[in-house]
Design a protein around this ligand. Structure first.
Ligand SMILES: [Zn+2]
Ligand SMILES: [Zn+2]
Length: 258
């Protein structure tokens, strides 16, 4: 399985894209900084997008991907998410008011974007993978995804989440964990209230993981709060040392093969 981090940040600026992951060149999870990270032929391979939740920093490039799919190669993209998330995408992002309604373009019968609701805890074959969605705590309804390839390799991506993600460890068994750290330890309580993690809070969840599963997978941290990147980097390195684990920050265009 090859994971390419298209966007590793919470905010966008030159060199820092919004959260988005590409699996084996064809499956996307979250569509923050998606289209600016890939050439048109690379985008053309994307047939499936999984969304963790509806926040703009995770869904924005659905619009730009749909525009390319609709006009360049006249293809279709299937988007999976919670029904709640899809309803907001339909009424706020792809409603046809600010841009084209890609749920009906070029025709209602064969639209560019197809929406499919996903049920938590219901393992489903999607795009050649076994996909398991589990609910995670955030400020809005959100899910994390375990993605398992046919050769048994497994990734779990938390999406945006906060303390309590450990409730879901019993359901998953990944070799790679991609988690979020949106800010530094000094804002821990604020981050928790906003539905995010700092390194210290992530550490508590990882301790639970190890206690329950007897191992810790490699951990890559994304959704990095840009203004605090250096502080987050130090604090994550500290946690890695304390837990004697492989935990590091992700970055734009980083590729991980396992
Ligand atoms: Zn969010
Ligand atoms: Zn976010």
């Amino acid at each position: 399985m090859e994971i390419q981090i298209l966007g590793a940040h919470q905010f966008e600026s030159k060199g820092a894209r919004l959260t988005s992951l590409l699996i084996d060149g064809n499956l996307v999870i979250d569509a923050g900084g998606l289209t600016s990270a890939l050439s048109v032929p690379e985008q053309e391979k994307i047939k499936t997008v999984l969304l963790t939740h509806h926040h703009f920093d995770h869904t924005r490039d659905l619009v730009t991907l749909a525009a390319n799919a609709g006009y360049y190669w006249r293809g279709q993209v299937v988007v999976y998410a919670l029904r709640y998330t899809l309803d907001i995408i339909t009424t706020c992002l792809l409603d046809g008011k600010m841009y084209i309604n890609f749920l009906e373009y070029p025709s209602k019968e064969k639209p560019t974007v197809i929406l499919e609701a996903i049920e938590p805890y219901n393992k489903k074959p999607i795009a050649g993978y076994d996909i398991l969605a589990v609910p995670v705590k955030h400020s809005v309804p959100a899910i994390g995804y375990q993605i398992t390839s046919s050769d048994g390799k497994s990734l779990f991506y938390t999406g945006d989440t906060t303390s309590g993600i450990s409730d879901q460890w019993q359901h998953i068994c990944p070799q790679l964990l991609i988690a979020e750290v949106a800010g530094p330890n000094k804002y821990g309580e604020e981050l928790k209230r906003a539905g995010h993690l700092c390194a210290r809070l992530l550490k508590e969840e990882l301790i639970q993981f190890r206690q329950l599963k007897g191992y810790l997978p490699r951990v890559i941290v994304i959704h990095i709060g840009n203004p605090f990147e250096q502080e987050i980097k130090k604090e994550v390195a500290q946690v890695a040392q304390e837990l004697e684990a492989d935990i590091s920050l992700g970055y734009e265009d980083m590729k991980v093969t396992f």
